[in-house]
Design a protein around this ligand. Structure first.
Ligand code: FPP
Length: 253
């Protein structure tokens, strides 16, 4: 079903009645895996999978907003993804740029705040400019916090935070004993966004793949064999229903 058809269908826009609004995750993180396999299964070039995956992401963002989930973070490009064939990397960079430019008006209309995390300086300059523009223009939007991890690596993010903190200690601005979880979190690129309660990975792999390593300490993991381009509202409903069945103990008994 296309994004347009879903938006026109009021039943799919509502939170499914079996889900408890008060027990929804406040933040969902997604590892959007399986675009290439989805395309291959159809005899299409891999890039078609990324294109379809973009439509899926747009609908899942809308779904989170419609159902009352205030934050969504998507892993769009890891620091390891530069190792893919040059034409696929080029395609993805161009896709990101085109999508950010094309969707900005709609994000403003729908009150979406977009943020990009990762080493953005290494991205093509034109993409970086679009990203800066979108982040700046949407910074006051309130309906949903949408974070896109691009050229992102969890270990790199942690190292970056360590370097910033070490520099402050060296300058005498901070004592080592002042370093606690809260201070550390302020130096991560996700500062100001609560930790994900639920991390979803599509296409069956049981890995975290260097995504939000610090932030997922207590997240519930949900892995589905469904490939990302096929991950729709029905799949999201399943993931949320599974999440609501979990007993979250945060290390306690
Ligand atoms: C993983 O599937 C997917 C990616 C590396 C790219 C994800 C990007 C998008 C869905 C576009 C998002 C757009 C914006 C603007 C944020 P894979 O290629 O690793 O699939 P495979 O494991 O089947 O090969």
């Amino acid at each position: 079903m296309t994004v347009e058809k879903i938006t026109a269908n009021p039943v799919l826009q509502q939170l499914p009645p079996d889900l408890l609004r008060e027990r929804l995750p406040r933040h969902v993180a997604v590892i959007m895996d399986g675009n290439g396999r989805w395309a291959k299964q159809r005899g299409l070039p891999r890039i078609m999978g990324h294109r379809r995956g973009t439509d899926t992401l747009k609908d899942i963002l809308r779904c989170c907003k419609d159902w009352g989930i205030p934050a969504l973070t998507a892993y769009a490009f890891s620091t390891e993804n530069w190792g893919r064939p040059l034409e696929e990397v080029d395609f993805l960079m161009t896709l990101f740029e085109r999508v950010v430019r094309r969707e900005l008006r709609e994000m403003m209309e729908e009150d979406v705040q977009i943020r990009f995390v990762g080493d953005l300086d290494a991205l093509p300059k034109s993409l970086h400019l679009e990203i800066d523009r979108a982040m700046q223009q949407t910074s006051q939007n309130k309906s949903i916090q949408f974070t896109v991890a691009t050229n992102y690596g969890g270990r790199q993010e942690i190292l970056h935070a360590c370097r910033e903190i070490a520099a402050k200690v060296q300058q005498g601005l901070l004592n080592p004993e002042d370093i606690d979880e809260s201070l550390f979190e302020h130096h991560l690129s996700t500062a100001g966004i609560c930790d994900p309660d639920l991390m979803i990975r599509t296409s069956g792999e049981m890995r975290i793949s260097n995504f939000l390593l610090w932030q997922v300490a207590y997240a519930e993991l949900y892995v589905t064999d469904t490939l990302w381009p096929d991950f729709d509202r029905t799949e999201m409903h399943r993931a949320l229903a599974a999440y609501q069945q979990r007993e979250r103990r945060f290390g306690k008994v």
